[in-house]
Design a protein. Structure first.
Length: 620
């Protein structure tokens, strides 16, 4: 193949034409004049990469690979240098060593420079590289950690490099205490850690629901054959001065204090529960603030259920009392494929669908939303998703006060939609500002105390510019800006948002995979996050890999196999974020180990050929 001059010349001409397109894409470009000097070369490289990916290069890649040359598959951080290098080799092969017609600009990001820029920008944003690990670990802090310094100290010791505070939760007082704990832990351990604060952004969520019925269900635990193995424990307490149960209870019931005082260990309580079932309770412990009863039968209680004391002891007091108020059950709307849901502008409590005696629909289910202004931007035929994508539908009709939705996606048994669940409108051109009034208020604290601010629901370059203007008004040199990519619009506008963010001295990107999966489709998430990684590497902008990383481990103490693989893939970013949970310290230690192991095998898309022990034994 090397002896085919016509083929060599054809490939060289194709590559030379591609090079001309790259240079035309970045010169002249008015957007480059506003970019911060630290990102000038990176912005040029980003424009080169975007030009490179505007055509299908697969045929050219196949020909380059067949010639034993670089197929440009690792060109993200040094696009023009890669093309120049391959053109140079082709020139040697064809005997044409003259410079291409269009000269290269004086400053071309070469192979080493591309890696150096990304490393420098990462150090500036996320702090210095930790020993033995290039990828940083970010941890979202629970508000309870403000009560004492222990957890923050443990996390920093375990390998946390960035402490994330979500401004959607807690208060400035709690945020301040968390930061104070971190600064003291840094001194004690001789380590550094960035403070990252996440602005809440506009939260489009379902509105309130009418309360469910006041029903308390208590049931004994059962063995594998369904037999009652241990009784249900119910705590009875005075209705006027109720006391919390001194230990775990299956139910807590408020009753008349005088009647309660007549109970003694060994007494029985008889009742007919809400289903008409006869039940008998045994008093096993009585004390002034309440008493414990046990039952080996399931029981359903409602307010007003009559309790009758059965005792051999004479008493001058009534033997009967009634169950007091009970907490209302959490309300929900049961939605199945084909159902109709009315989404209302106001915050009137929603309610389930109603049916006649024949099972025919009378009134569809109804629920409000927290940002009614989105009604002005929604059109019939657009998709709508609820509760992290667990149920979805299509907008059938938009009226002044309601949006009619036909449910098209749900589990086979349906889905229970509750209040305060997320709503996504991936097809709608929403005109929501990324910064709410609360965000602007929170930004005063963030500008004073944080190293990094995360812009939630960043959708356009204008969103970035508003945040930059507010930070400039505050006079803050920091915090640095991280764009949270969690909508389809944000993903599609990422290049323009990056060029806007590059006007600041430091910036980054977070792949917020939760909402992003709903917005772009779960089946496309892997593809979308790959594209974000490529674009950001071309811009030499560090990426934070976020959402549900080792989530089962952090919450329950044991990871799934899929979570381990997902965490291992996170090493292709510059930072991996863990969410809070009771086992978060264990999750940090495991992630630290996984990232250290993976960096010996791969860097970005490039396989690292360390010695493979399997190669010594594979043929034995």
């Amino acid at each position: 193949m090397m002896d085919d001059p016509a083929r060599l010349d054809r490939v060289r001409q194709s590559l030379s034409a591609l090079r001309s397109e790259l240079l035309a894409a970045s010169s002249p470009d008015g957007r480059l004049r506003t970019v911060h000097e630290d990102y000038r070369d990176s912005a040029v490289n980003l424009l080169h990469y975007l030009a490179l990916r505007r055509r299908d290069l697969r045929p050219l890649q196949m020909e380059l690979a067949a010639l034993g040359l670089s197929s440009l598959g690792r060109a993200e951080s040094h696009v023009l240098a890669s093309v120049n290098a391959v053109l140079g080799v082709l020139g040697q092969l064809t005997g044409d060593t003259e410079d291409p017609e269009i000269p290269a600009p004086p400053a071309v990001v070469n192979f080493a420079r591309g890696e150096q820029l990304l490393a420098a920008h990462t150090d500036t944003l996320l702090g210095p590289q930790p020993p033995d690990r290039s990828v940083r670990i970010m941890v979202t802090m629970p508000g309870a950690a403000a009560d004492g310094p222990a957890l923050v100290h443990e996390l920093l010791q375990a390998g946390m490099n960035c402490m994330r505070i979500n401004c959607a939760h807690d208060t400035p007082d709690i945020w301040s205490r968390l930061i104070d704990h971190l600064r003291r832990a840094e001194v004690a351990l001789g380590r550094t850690c960035r403070v990252v604060m996440d602005l809440a952004g506009p939260k489009l969520r379902t509105g309130p629901l009418s309360p469910g019925p006041q029903v308390l269900r208590c049931r004994p635990s059962r063995d594998s054959l369904g037999r009652a193995a241990a009784p249900a424990r119910i705590w009875l307490t005075p209705i006027v001065t109720p006391a919390a149960p001194p230990s775990d209870a299956d139910g807590c019931v408020e009753v008349d204090a005088v009647w309660l005082a007549t109970l003694a260990e060994g007494d029985e309580i008889h009742l007919t529960d809400a289903r008409g079932a006869l039940r008998h309770w045994q008093v096993v412990d009585a004390r002034p603030e309440g008493c414990w009863v046990e039952t080996m039968k399931s029981v359903f209680l409602v307010p007003g259920t009559v309790l009758r004391r059965e005792s051999d002891r004479p008493s001058d007091f009534d033997t009967d009392t009634t169950v007091g108020p009970l907490p209302a059950q959490e309300a929900s709307l049961h939605l199945s494929i084909g159902d109709t849901l009315l989404l209302r502008r106001d915050q009137t409590p929603g309610r389930p669908a109603t049916y006649d005696h024949g099972g025919r629909l009378l009134t569809p289910a109804m629920i409000g939303c927290t940002l009614p202004e989105v009604f002005d931007d929604v059109l019939a035929g657009e998709a709508i998703w609820f509760d992290d994508g667990h149920v979805g539908g299509v907008v059938e009709r938009v009226e002044a006060s309601t949006v009619t939705v036909r449910i098209t996606h749900a589990r086979a048994k349906g889905h229970r939609l509750r209040s305060d669940k997320g709503i996504n409108l991936p097809d709608s051109a929403l005109r929501l500002s990324a910064l709410t009034d609360k965000d602007r208020e929170d930004l005063r604290f963030v500008a004073a105390r944080a190293d990094v601010v995360e812009l939630s629901f960043a959708n356009t370059a204008a969103d970035v510019e508003v945040l930059q203007a507010l930070l400039a008004e505050s006079g803050a040199v920091r915090p640095a800006i991280v764009l949270k990519i969690e909508t389809r619009r944000g993903f599609e506008n990422l290049p323009s948002m990056l060029l806007a963010a590059m006007r600041s001295p430091c910036c980054g990107v977070m792949i917020a995979r939760g909402d992003l999966a709903v917005e772009c489709g779960f089946e496309r998430l892997a593809e979308v996050q790959e594209e974000i990684l490529w674009i950001c590497e071309a811009a030499h902008v560090p990426v934070i890999w976020a959402t549900q990383v080792l989530e089962t481990l952090a919450k329950e103490g044991l990871p799934s196999r899929a979570e381990i693989t997902d965490a291992a893939m996170g090493h292709r970013a510059e930072c991996v974020m863990l969410n809070k949970g009771p086992h978060i310290t264990t999750a940090v230690r495991m992630l630290d180990d996984i990232l250290k192991r993976m960096q010996a095998h791969q860097s970005k898309k490039r396989a690292m050929l360390r010695e493979l022990q399997l190669a010594h034994h594979g043929l034995n």
